[in-house]
Design a protein around this ligand. Structure first.
Ligand code: IDP
Ligand code: MG
Length: 140
């Protein structure tokens, strides 16, 4: 297995509850390394651009409202098979369906306010990392 990178967001429901460290600890314990990290408030344009793939979905407007409702922490994670490893430790989108021990089972409030984002493919990871980070901000 190759060492790869993925893109993560600690969402506003988690930053509001002061869970940045707790979530990051679970990522690190899953074997992922934070090689870039910044706390920011997403603009409406950034949220709509980032989630453009979902723009026809009924939850799109609410999702953009939620993602701009408070600070987020955007991160680049590195590790063996990082995309799949991160998806595993995140758990299912709906916390009611997430496995025990996952971030979403442990911390998510709802299917929308589900504490973390993680890229779903290597290709999307590259696009998402470039959306929020300059190359020199990533230090592996
Ligand atoms: P993922 O984050 O597990 O990859 P996606 O299907 O890509 O899930 O959805 C992106 C985000 O949109 C979810 O993480 C969640 O915050 C929100 N979302 C997804 N499905 C629903 C829904 O049915 N109702 C409300 N929000 C949703
Ligand atoms: Mg997704």
């Amino acid at each position: 297995m190759a060492v790869t990178r993925t893109f993560s967001i600690i969402k506003p429901d988690a930053t509001r509850r002061n869970l940045t460290g707790a979530v990051t600890k679970m990522l690190e314990e899953a074997g992922l390394r934070v090689v870039a990290s910044k706390r920011m408030r997403m603009t409406r344009d950034q949220a709509e651009g980032f989630y453009a793939v979902h723009r026809e979905r009924p939850f799109f407007n609410d999702l953009c409202n939620f993602m701009t409702s408070g600070p987020v922490v955007v991160q680049v994670l590195e590790g063996e098979n990082a995309v799949a490893r991160n998806r595993e430790i995140m758990g299912a989108t709906n916390p009611a369906q997430a496995d025990e021990g996952t971030i979403r089972k442990t911390y998510a409030e709802s299917i929308e306010a589900n504490s973390v984002h993680g890229s779903d493919s290597d290709e999307n990871a590259k696009i998402e990392i470039n959306f929020f980070f300059k190359p020199e901000e990533i230090v592996g």
